[in-house]
Design a protein around this ligand. Structure first.
Ligand SMILES: [Zn+2]
Length: 332
């Protein structure tokens, strides 16, 4: 009787343990058609580099405020003196569709290299650096605590409010307009340009590779816009005409697939004036082809874009990114 009782307890415990394990396994399965948590994304990036050693490698470019690694995927056929495109996703934690796009881009590269002429040509002649989640601490926080979190998770002196807006934290008209010096605001610019470890790591990597990086693409949501410098001033960029033409072509390619309407133009006049953005910084640092994407939608779901829209969003965005990369390949 007693033995039977103990046995029953053991079985119950085992059952609970198995169910827990099964739940965590289910959560951990990576899918390009779902939003993936950071652990799943990090396991995916290690795996895709291991599975495609001639096309993908993973570097760590720094760590976050909370000590998480910042992984950068280098995608491209190995070769010498190649130009590069730098693309990041996940600046703002709640913009979950953007890391989904960065993952999709890498998938498209490995699936189509060698069979699709355009992808093959691009990756033979360009490297694409993909920072899948820039603001890793914020992303984890948006999964575990507050789905609408935007900023980093760094502590602020003399304030109980947490975090800096990483896209107000770069040295481009820093904290002059469309940014706040109050740590409690969503657009808090930080204590100085690159005060955030994540911004500093990104900027350091770009500075170290400034000779080869010819394009900077930063992926945000939402609004369905393709923006280029400037955002910190209404002054036109010296390459305005070319950037406007590239944006027009990229948007036309994007819209051709599902009819999704995008607007495009300089950030300041198209969306709003804001300073300290990474796109303006990259441009002023010498990267001519600097663009910000604001992916789907226009506000119906906003940051909480349903998973059912991931595939279409990624497919159409790929067309715009490939259009820009083609232009870089032929003109940079
Ligand atoms: Zn954003």
């Amino acid at each position: 009787m007693i033995i039977c009782f103990i046995f029953r307890i053991l079985i119950d415990d085992l059952q609970v343990a198995l169910e827990k394990q099964r739940d965590s396994n289910i959560r951990a399965v990576h899918s390009y058609e779902k939003y993936n948590d950071l652990d799943t994304i990090n396991a995916w990036s290690a795996n895709i580099a291991a599975q495609n050693p001639t096309l993908v490698s993973r570097l760590e470019i720094g760590t976050s405020y909370e000590g998480r690694p910042l992984y950068l995927l280098k995608v491209g056929k190995s070769g010498t003196n190649k130009n590069a495109v730098f693309m990041d996703c996940g600046f703002h934690a709640r913009e979950w569709i953007t890391p989904a796009f960065c993952q999709w881009f890498v998938k498209e590269a490995v699936d189509n290299y060698g069979s699709d002429d355009q992808i093959t040509d691009l990756l033979d002649n360009l490297d694409v650096y993909v920072l899948t989640v820039m603001n890793v601490d914020g992303y984890v926080y948006s999964w575990n605590s507050n789905r609408m979190w935007r900023k980093t998770r760094s502590a602020n002196k003399n304030s109980a409010c947490v975090g800096t807006d990483p896209n107000r934290n770069f040295n481009a008209g820093w904290c002059t307009v469309g940014a706040s010096s109050n740590p409690c605001d969503e657009t808090y610019c930080g204590t100085a340009p690159e005060s955030e470890k994540e911004s500093k790591a990104l900027a350091d990597f770009i500075r170290a590779n400034i000779g080869s990086i010819k394009a900077y693409l930063t992926i945000h949501s939402y609004s369905q816009m393709l923006l280029f410098p400037y955002s910190y001033t209404y002054a036109l960029a010296k390459d305005h005409t070319e950037l406007n033409n590239v944006a027009k072509g990229a948007v036309s390619a994007l819209t051709s697939l599902y009819g999704t309407k995008y607007t495009y133009g300089p950030g300041g006049t198209t969306i709003y004036l804001s300073s300290g953005g990474s796109d303006d910084w990259a441009y002023d640092t010498g990267i001519k082809y600097s663009f910000t994407f604001e992916l789907r939608d226009t506000g119906k779901y906003g940051f909480i874009l349903p998973e059912s829209e991931i595939v279409e969003t990624c497919e159409e965005t790929m067309l715009a990114v490939k259009y820009i990369a083609d232009h870089v390949l032929n003109n940079a």
